[in-house]
Ligand binder design. Structure first.
Ligand code: PLP
Length: 428
């Protein structure tokens, strides 16, 4: 069933560390051999052995309308004929920035980069440059890319491998990273009192997706906003996952809380390597060449990347019903999973927000990293493989949110619910 994947994985390990170019793909946390993909269309991925999967990772978000969306593919093909890079400005970059500003609240100016990592790293540097302060607060289990400052209690990828401290990140760097539990406003308040006038930024996933899906408690984001206002701290919403996914205006719009800076990735690139950071004019003006906070990128605003993102975002902007449909599909899946899980009799928690959802095999509410990490991870591993065998591709880690795409049909969702029922019967 997986013979070609197995031999490809063996070959890959000869030339690529661990056989993969991003750690979570290696299936280490769920065991077994990673499945090598050959192609995908709509809601389905096909591996090198010809197996078909209903996809619940959507390339970790970008494929929100399904794989190989015809408009996106056509736009990329046409654009490629006019050269794939200039290293000089293009009109398309203006159109992209204008489109982002028309969709996202509080984005007066926006700078394109090539990944979510770059977006977060640059936003933090900017917040530091703007405030003249060094420290910042992040939340345990939130992931903001792999820049040094953020690799402290950094969620999914690291949790998957049980990595606590990361060799290569100096003490000097991590000393400026302050952490507290997600949803713990009091701890944030305390940190700001212990470090007066030293905290440049608070960065948060407004809906967390890197410890499974975890919702902000009522008042949490509003509380962060008011602490930042009081103490002159820059509030950064990391919307790399939530941006253009929860709503056209992301979590800011959906949850009605304003950030000072916002970072984007994933959906914004339509499957190409794209990130962006933007926000309030007074802060964004500190970026070079306007200001002295340096940030640059040879392939930033790359035409192929821009046209893919621009085409996808335009679809989302012009069809706001997509978000209602996605939410309905996710709610339908939630209800179905809930029924079969209840019938199976094992404790579980389903967290859902918009088109993000995750199943935690837990007997307690999952509201932060600690409560996520104390769920039954072993059971998730078995569930993952039982589902994979039945043609359902879930994230290969208990610490990742599932992402629905709008190509999924009710039938796909029913198949998924039925597969869960059968999987639970098999593994329990
Ligand atoms: C994926 C992710 C990142 C990093 O983005 P890359 O494009 O992988 O560098 C940052 N923040 C969040 C919330 C993410 O989910």
């Amino acid at each position: 069933m997986y013979n070609n994947s197995k031999s490809l994985f063996e070959r890959a390990q000869q030339s690529i560390p661990g056989g993969v170019n991003s750690p979570v793909r290696a299936f280490k946390s769920v065991g077994g051999t990673p499945v090598f993909m050959k192609k995908a269309k709509g809601a389905y991925m096909f591996d090198e052995d010809g197996n078909r999967y209903i996809d619940y990772i959507a390339s970790w978000g970008p494929m929100i309308l399904g794989h190989a969306h015809p408009a996106v593919v056509k736009a990329i093909q046409e654009k490629a004929a006019d050269s794939t890079s200039f290293g000089a400005p293009t009109e398309l970059e203006i159109e992209m920035a204008e489109l982002i500003r028309s969709m996202a609240p509080n984005v007066d100016l926006v700078r394109m980069v090539s990944s979510g990592t770059e977006a977060c790293m640059s936003a933090l540097r900017l917040a530091r440059g703007y405030t003249g302060r060094n420290k910042f607060i992040k939340f345990e289990g939130c992931y903001h890319g792999h820049a040094d400052s953020f690799l402290v209690k950094a969620g999914s990828g690291l949790a998957t491998f049980n990595i606590q401290t990361v060799p290569g990140v100096t003490g000097g760097v991590s000393n400026d990273t302050l952490t507290c539990a997600y949803n713990d406003l009091q701890a944030v308040e305390q940190l700001t009192e212990e470090h007066p006038d030293q905290i440049a930024a608070i960065i948060v996933e407004p809906v967390a997706g890197n410890m499974g899906c975890i919702l902000p408690a009522p008042g949490f984001l509003e509380g962060l906003r008011s602490i930042c206002d009081k103490k002159g701290i820059v509030l950064i919403f990391d919307e790399v996952m939530t941006g253009f996914r929860l709503a056209a205006g992301g979590a800011q719009q959906k949850l009605n809380v304003d950030a000072d800076l916002v970072t984007y990735g994933k959906v914004i690139g339509g499957g190409m390597p794209v990130g962006a950071f933007g926000g309030k004019r007074a802060i964004m003006e500190k970026i070079a060449p306007l200001g002295s906070v340096y940030q640059a990128g040879t392939l930033s605003g790359n035409p192929i990347a821009m046209i893919a993102g621009y085409t996808l975002l335009t679809e989302l902007k012009n069809n706001p019903g997509i978000y209602t449909e996605l939410e309905q599909k996710t709610a339908y899946l939630h209800t179905g999973l809930q029924q079969v899980l209840e019938a199976a009799g094992k404790p579980f928690v389903i967290n859902r927000f918009g088109s993000m959802i995750s199943v935690h095999f837990s007997d307690h509410a999952v509201t932060d990293f600690t409560t996520a990490a104390t769920a039954d991870i072993e059971l998730f591993k078995k569930y993952f493989h039982a589902m994979l065998k039945r043609g359902i591709y879930l994230p290969p880690s208990a610490f990742e949110s599932w992402f629905l795409n709008n190509a999924l049909t009710t039938e796909d969702l029913d198949v998924t619910i039925k597969a869960t029922k059968e999987s639970l019967e098999e593994i329990l």
